[in-house]
Design a protein around this ligand. Sequence first.
Ligand code: G6Q
Length: 551
Amino acid sequence: MTTQAQTTQVSEPLTKRTAWNKLQTHHKEIGEVHLRNLFADDPQRGERMTVEAEGIFLDYSKNRITNETVQLLIKLAEESELRSRIDAMFRGDKINVTEKRAVLHVALRAPQGASITVDGENVVQEVHAVLDKMADFSNRIRSGEWKGFTGKPIHNVINVGIGGSDLGPVMAYEALKHYSDRKLTFQFVSNVDGTDFAEAVHSLDPAETLFIISSKTFTTLETMTNAHSARAWLLAGLGGEEKSIAKHFVAVSTNATEVAKFGIDTANMFGFWDWVGGRYSMDSAIGLSTMLAIGPEHFRAMLDGFHQIDEHFRTAPFDRNLPVLLGLLAIWYNNFFGAQTVAVLPYEQYLKRFPAYLQQLTMESNGKHVTLDGTRVNYATGPIYWGEPGTNGQHSFYQLIHQGTRLIPCDFIAFDKALNPLGRHHDMLLANVFAQTEALAFGKTPEQVKAEGTPDWLVPHRVFEGNRPSNTILADKLTPQTLGKLVALYEHSVFTQGAIWQINSFDQWGVELGKALAQRIIPEIESATEPPLTHDSSTNNLIRRYRGAKG
Ligand code: G6Q
């Protein structure tokens, strides 16, 4: 009998595949060729190496690649059975083998009438039933029809959640603030550090405040600790009336039993399913705060954006497939140039939390050291993703990207239209995007520096070697639909990379050990009597020191 892991594993180990070996040879040949030469040799390169689909334009010409590189990378994708892996995900196969779960965030944005079955059930119907329930609730809050315990309408919404139950909602709220109802305020409490909660509720009136407790499991330490503090704060503000909970708390979870135990009426619970991974859940009920902010119609537009890219990913040939190309380019730098990081640089202030969101999506998904069948990999997997919105980054860390010793491929993201047109601001913003990609690619030679009259001793300091690769991703305007497209683009790029590396992009065992150790240390810290400590000498000493300090 074959196991689930064996059936999803392609036969040839990655480093034994023909395309992998050809890419290694090819890298030796063209790895050091300068973008200056690649562009000089092919005047059409900047127009040719572009793809436009579903309103997203990708210019990938400023990468250290030739036509052959793209062909070989696509060959690698084919040898890695990427197409059948994609089909398996969309079909609802249990491709998250270590948790024996389907991976169906694509079902969250499937249109009404579509059919995707998990264990014989068409999940699309359930998805739309929850969306309708969310829409009804959002309309009641937004119109003021839903009243708090004392009869006041809700003005403040606080999402309590962490990780996948926080980063998507925060990012989407910030990204779509332009479309949000400014009568409502939104806060996001995630950290178990009491400051997070204290600052969020500072100067809020409990009578006008709604808590959304967002937790797939409803057992997460941070979220449950914050939820209990929220409960205590609300009760203290509303005369200790237990009945007030029903008017000021709703839950987003898969765990009805724990929700009821906490005291939230399960009629006010919005469900999702075990086939939605936390970091892939911002378009499920976990996005309730997003829907409250922007309204159901905009939320549905966001889902439509996701769906358009899902269909593109599922059907477009690899050489015209945006997420596949982005994923393959990431492989090229990660595995053949040894690049350790990727910078994501949105030139759109509303996307200020997008890099933080992507950090979880990319690194929790692809930060893995074994393949699907448990074999230790002998190649690098997920790179470190990081970034900040432009132009701010230009005045800080871009120095290292331009002149440091590390190769940092960059994704520049920008929009043709400003949401807040203001004089010449947008032209200046976009000029900076184009200038940065140009400077990174082409740099400035010693001859050019000298010709500017620079004294010889200063020349090396002012030289830009160039040959720094970047992608430029352009869309018309940041809308709910565009945000859905962008997130789906990265989700499927992550999938592409994970498929090539033969890893499980959908589990996250790496976060478990620290959680378990914290559970062991909490009673040791809180014990009234000196506890016997059996950790290593450093951990023992730190615990003792802290116990002493807190008295
Ligand atoms: C994401 C992870 C993780 C998860 C949080 C919160 O993919 O699974 O970040 O979202 O640990 O979990 P709960 O939603 O269960 O509280």
